[in-house]
Design a protein around this ligand. Structure first.
Ligand SMILES: [Zn+2]
Length: 107
């Protein structure tokens, strides 16, 4: 019961700042210069190893959006949030509490 199912990502990835679990692939970065109210964040087209919190409407810099907060599946730390409806109809994941994995040296 409660066994963690962690996905191992192949290739360069970003990981949880706290427990180093893989969260997203570098290939899935949509933007590296996304600015949230709390500072710099990364925008991804998809992520792994997170679970979502409650859906809520939140006022962002780009207007009102329906979002859910996302948390690391391993350590439970806050990772960022997901747009339920993205700016152009896509679902985007915004990750703040991640860092480039060991294999990523270009940032
Ligand atoms: Zn973690």
């Amino acid at each position: 019961m409660g066994r963690l199912f962690l996905v191992e990502l192949e290739g360069k990835s970003y990981c949880c700042r706290h427990c180093k679990t893989d969260i997203a692939l570098c290939d899935d970065v949509v933007s590296k210069s996304f600015q949230s109210r709390h500072g710099k964040a990364y925008l991804f087209s998809k992520v792994a190893n997170v679970y979502a919190g409650k859906k809520e409407d939140r006022m962002m810099m780009t207007g009102m959006h329906t979002v859910v907060d996302i948390y690391c599946v391993k350590c439970g730390s806050y990772v960022g949030w997901r747009y339920v409806w993205g700016p152009d109809g896509n679902n985007y994941w915004v990750a703040q509490e991640v860092e480039a994995g060991d294999s990523d040296t270009d940032d």
